[in-house]
Write a protein of this length. Sequence first.
Length: 73
Amino acid sequence: MTDRDANPDEDQRQQHAIAELAGQSGQPEDVVAEVYRTKLAQLSEGASVQDFLILLAARRTREALLDAAQARA
């Protein structure tokens, strides 16, 4: 059984967060998803509490996308 099988709602929440971030940033979903998954993996490594990882990953993804956009400007 995979994590996705164990909690399909979590996958849906992650997809929603990625779509929302893509809309806010104007970046393609595949770009946002790559950044999001990287941030989520970094946060998950040492996390003993998993409850807020989606929220924290979304926040860090938003910050990374904004930093990248400012660097290009």
